[in-house]
Design a protein around this ligand. Structure first.
Ligand code: FAD
Length: 1013
């Protein structure tokens, strides 16, 4: 093999065009044999192994983990000699690598954990092709675990993803999951065995008759002592020193550590390198190398660094007095605490105490519906913002890490009385409600000792509250990696004693005192940072307590919420019936048309299924009667409901005359005074200054989304300016009604708010399924001339000009608030961008008693957005703190296939500073879509890499309007991939795709995390 052999991204299904590189199973320079699995990749269906057809040495450049590689492109190379990297990879060609389904080939998850720790066989495999279920390494510091329970019995059939056992690590009890199916076989270790990481605990065999039913063997019981540990446990060998190991001259002779295998090396440090001997030395002292700064070449951690870090601790350990009697071994958690506390003896600590009155914060916490713990943690975070050094940490040698997020560990007691410290993350950027939502399940897991590493690792500050035990005063021990800990004792006559213990290398006495002073001010006057609570409707002699201007979804939902809570509300609207644009000119009438267009469009699928119903024919008069009766009926129903709820409904146009008064013109003309006001005036269609546009509108040759409802017949040739949601919906509906439709769009893609890949696929789907519809993007309309039935619309790029001939022009260039008729200046309400009223997330304007919601404030101009903002404004007026969260909002564009979204795209999430990953599934592989002939499009799910929280789901598919509902719950409730992966979805439905995507992404994250470790 003179030329390097290219390992290409294989095509593993008809629909696969690209794959995600999930993990490298071999390293550059590794000898690879024919049939070896070198990498795993994620296709549009599953995670699969990449196997090679020939032997050689793996060489780079390797595709990066998590990169998306088109089918057929190189992901790596094989060479004859171990050369690490090929010089001119572009020059060579070869066959694609082969991949086999991961279900058939993947080993149990625990197997791959042992990259840094050799996996000695605790017992012989029961049969050929048996797979060991090994003690996984579940935390950075874990070197062994206690087998707590078997969740499956010998001989049980086990499926991929099943939990077979639970193990206790040094921090918590965790599940052991398997990643292949089979039958659980012996030899099986017995409960309470202490099992080194990488050791087999049991086996999986491929048939029931191969199950070995050997009695459970004890390896070393948790209570049996370390001396027993060698039973059946071959000694692990420390990792060999690589040939390229840096040459190190230690500052002091490296201490001797037995190299007979009796010491297990510490895990490799995260984001750094350590010599094997440094790891062995750290392992002998039970230390983690994370965060330790190396003094070797290129920052490699050497033995001298470990010695320096632990000098004081080892002195203390050496001075330990022999205690008579036969002690029991510590549990894993006790041992971990003991080691951390011993290490903390190297920290020069001082203590400062202050008394704080907690009552105001207790009241505020109650009013906000959160626990005192959460409110106190948030107050601490506010104080840390003012005194950031308290949140820093010492880094050996002689460095200080600053600017960390506020990840606060809060000491909690488990059900069995142990101590754990779950970490509430990023407090500075979260409100109280969010923090409480995160704390409640975290505390529950902590009590049951079921924390995952992400739940407890790397706090930047700690709070220990022993006040509930009546402790009058105490100080706590600073844990390495933090600079301070706050001890909170029981409130006495002088208040609640809080003591800060701080690392003097990072924090000086004045910092600590200033921190406590700030904390005292924050706890004793929480309104200074929480905002005022209590009703925000001013007292006074007004005609009504709240006036709502506008009766669309924003105004109506707000008025109903207020009335429901006993507030005297008037709602003024310049139309006889409520409903606003949504009911009369927007959502409802357009979807009535869409429903008719769907009936026509779906006939194509009838034929494909062998049903012959003939050519559909549209009766426009009948459709219009249907549409009008829907909106009229709903308008009347809404009015009855509003009046029944005792809302004073007025018809007319309201204009401010001062901060507490309006003049109303129209049927219910009057002057009205109000204590508070909510402006929900909507936004009309925006017409850009295109030459001829005004004239065409005046002559009835052009319409907007406000006037399209007066058509006496659908046009035969329709031109639409604007490929936004309204433009695209109208374009395809009129296409389905029989028109030739041309859409002209200035931006490079349609539906600008839509995810880029989905937009591209929508264009492809339209080209395929809407033959009389043409969309030209990236073009400018130059002018409009002619009359109804004979219009010319000139458009083009730069100098080049084309002409569209049409019977009718629809100008769908968006909506823009127009507040000129409201005389806002008389009330003092300020505008923000593009004529929208400026508001905060509660809906409050520049005038504290005046709120604004819906289209008039800009942002997403959608009915449910307006309604939510209306309810948020009402809640704030009632004295509850509520905010509108745009990052959890959603929307549907009713084209075919439909476009829908909830939450953030990957691009938006990254721009917001989130570390996210996405997974997608094409509809072409979905059984239900095949049955109905609706295979166009895809679904994408976006989740945070660390927390696994789902932050967005994006759809291009038929029935997205229904499917998005489940995704809305995921994003609004901040569900994790695990929760969605384990939820049971009915079959055969498209909701199953959510579970599949979540499981696939989880699997990828697990594998790539292991590959990066
Ligand atoms: C064709 C089309 C299709 C749409 N489809 C959807 C969809 O499928 N889904 C979706 O979520 N959204 C859709 N929308 C958008 C949706 O209609 C709006 O986002 C929503 O109606 C905004 O609600 P709102 O309460 O802010 O304002 P509006 O519904 O516009 O209500 C404002 C009301 O205030 C009144 N008003 C204004 N000024 C005064 C004043 N000074 N005095 C008295 N009354 C006043 C107006 O007459 C109006 O009745 C669509 C819009 C269009 C045009």
């Amino acid at each position: 093999m003179a030329e390097p052999y290219v390992i290409k991204m294989p095509q593993l299904s008809d629909t696969m065009t690209e794959g995600v590189l999930v993990s490298w199973e071999k390293q550059p320079g590794d000898r690879v044999e024919r049939g070896d699995v070198v990498a795993t990749i994620e296709t549009d269906k599953a995670i699969m192994d990449v196997e090679v057809f020939r032997s050689g040495f793996l060489a780079g450049p390797l595709a990066a983990v998590d990169s998306v590689v088109p089918v057929g492109e190189a992901i790596g190379y094989l060479t004859d000699t171990p050369q690490g990297s090929v010089d001119s990879p572009g020059m060579v060609t070869a066959d694609s690598a082969k991949s086999t389904d991961s279900r058939a080939r993947a080993a149990v998850e625990a197997e791959a954990e042992s990259a840094s720790v050799p996996a000695p066989a605790a017992s012989a495999a029961p049969a050929e092709n048996a797979y060991p279920i090994k003690m996984p390494q579940l935390s950075d510091t874990m070197t062994e675990g206690v087998l707590v329970s078997w969740e499956k019995q010998l001989g049980d059939r086990v499926e991929r993803g099943d939990i077979v056992a639970t193990v206790e690590t040094d921090k918590a009890i965790m599940d052991v999951e398997v990643f292949r199916s089979g039958f659980l076989s012996g030899p099986m270790l017995s409960v309470d065995s202490v099992v080194p990481v990488g050791e087999a605990m049991a086996w999986l065999v491929d048939s029931a008759d191969k199950v070995q039913r050997e009695a459970k063997r004890a390896l070393a019981s948790a209570t049996g002592g370390a001396a027993n540990r060698s039973v059946g446990t071959p000694a692990p060998t420390p990792a060999p020193t690589p040939a390229t190991a840096p040459v190190v001259t230690p500052a002091e002779p490296a201490p001797a550590v037995p190299s007979d295998g009796s010491i297990r090396p510490a895990p490799r440090p995260r984001g750094a390198k350590a010599t094997p001997y440094a790891r062995l030395l750290a392992g002998s002292r039970g230390l983690s190398l994370d965060g330790l700064r190396g003094s070797g070449p290129d920052g490699v951690i050497v033995a001298a660094d470990v010695s320096a870090q632990t000098a004081a601790a080892s002195n203390v350990a050496a001075a330990a007095v022999a205690v008579p009697g036969d002690g029991r071994p510590m549990t894993a958690i006790e041992k971990s605490i003991s080691q951390a506390m011993t290490a903390s003896l190297t920290i020069p600590v001082f203590h400062v105490t202050m008394h704080i009155r907690p009552e105001a914060l207790q009241r505020a916490a109650k009013a906000e519906g959160v626990s005192f713990t959460v409110a106190l943690a948030k107050a601490v975070s506010e104080a840390l913002l003012r005194q950031p050094r308290i949140n820093a940490a010492y880094q050996h040698p002689d460095r200080i890490v600053e600017g960390r997020p506020h990840d606060i560990g809060i000491a909690a007691t488990t059900e069995d009385g142990s101590l754990v410290v779950p970490v509430l993350r990023d407090l500075a950027n979260k409100d109280l409600k969010t923090l409480q939502e995160e704390w409640t399940p975290l505390l529950e897991r902590a009590r049951k000792r079921r924390l995952s590493p992400a739940d407890y690792q790397h706090p930047t500050f700690t709070i220990s509250n022993m006040g509930m035990y009546g402790v009058s005063q105490f100080d706590a021990i600073v844990t390495p990696g933090t600079a301070a800990i706050l001890a909170v004792a029981a409130t006495g006559p002088d208040g609640m004693p809080v003591t800060i213990s701080a690392d003097h290398r990072v924090v000086n006495g004045a910092d600590a005192a200033a921190f406590l002073k700030d904390l005292k001010a924050l706890v004793e006057a929480p309104q200074s940072w929480l905002g005022a609570s209590g009703p925000a409707i001013p007292e006074g002699n007004y005609d009504v307590q709240v006036l709502v201007i506008g009766a669309g979804p924003g105004g109506e939902d707000c008025a109903r919420e207020l009335a429901e809570n006993g507030i005297r509300v008037a709602m003024v609207n310049h139309a006889p019936l409520p409903g606003g644009e949504c009911l009369w000119r927007g959502c409802i009438p357009s979807k009535a048309w869409r429903a008719a267009a769907d009936r026509i469009r779906d006939r194509v699928h009838d034929a494909a299924m062998g049903i012959q119903l003939g050519e559909p024919h549209l009766d426009w008069q009948q459709l219009e009667q249907h549409r009008r009766s829907i909106v009229q009926t709903r308008g009347e129903m809404a009015l009855k409901t509003d009046q029944g709820m005792k809302i004073q409904v007025l018809e007319g146009h309201a204009r401010f005359t001062g901060p507490h008064s309006v003049d109303i013109e129209g049927r219910d003309a009057r002057t009205l005074t109000f204590a508070a006001c909510v402006i929900a005036a909507g936004a009309p269609a925006f017409v850009p200054p295109i030459p001829g546009a005004k004239e065409a509108l005046a002559a009835g040759a052009a319409v907007t989304s406000d006037t399209v409802w007066d058509l006496t017949a659908p046009p035969k040739r329709l031109c639409i300016i604007g490929a936004g949601a309204i433009g695209m919906e109208m374009a395809q509906m009129f296409h389905d009604f029989g028109a030739e439709v041309t859409v002209l769009e200035a931006l490079p893609r349609p539906v600008a708010e839509m995810e880029a890949e989905l937009a591209e696929q929508l264009m492809r789907a339209l080209a395929k399924n809407s033959p009389r519809l043409q969309v030209f993007t990236d073009v400018q309309v130059k002018d409009i001339s002619g009359e109804a039935g004979n219009l010319q619309i000139r458009y083009g790029k730069g100098q080049e000009t084309q002409v569209v001939a049409a019977d009718l022009l629809l100008i769908a260039t968006g909506k823009r608030p127009d507040t000129s008729g409201l005389a806002l200046e008389r009330a003092g309400v300020r505008l923000g961008e593009r004529g929208a009223i400026a508001v905060d997330t509660r809906g409050q304007t520049s005038v504290p008693h005046i709120y604004a919601v819906g289209d008039v404030v800009g942002g997403y101009m959608l009915a449910h957005t307006a309604a939510q903002q209306g309810r948020v404004a009402a809640a704030n007026l009632l004295g509850h703190r509520a905010t509108y969260e745009a990052r959890k909002d959603c929307g549907v564009t009713f084209t075919r296939p439909q476009v829908a979204f909830v939450g953030l795209t990957t691009e938006q999430a990254k721009a917001a500073g989130l570390d996210v990953v996405e997974v997608k599934v094409p509809m072409s592989i979905d059984a239900k879509a095949m049955m109905t002939g609706e295979t166009d499009g895809l679904i994408k799910m976006v989740a945070e890499r660390q927390s696994h929280r789902i932050v967005g789901v994006h759809f291009l598919t038929d029935h997205a309007d229904t499917l998005v509902g489940e995704a809305v719950m995921m994003v609004s409730a901040e569900l994790t991939l695990e929760q969605v992966a384990t939820a049971i979805h009915p079959h055969p439905t498209q909701t199953e795709l959510f579970g599949e995507m979540a499981r696939r992404l989880l699997s990828r994250l697990r594998r790539s995390a292991r590959a990066k470790a």
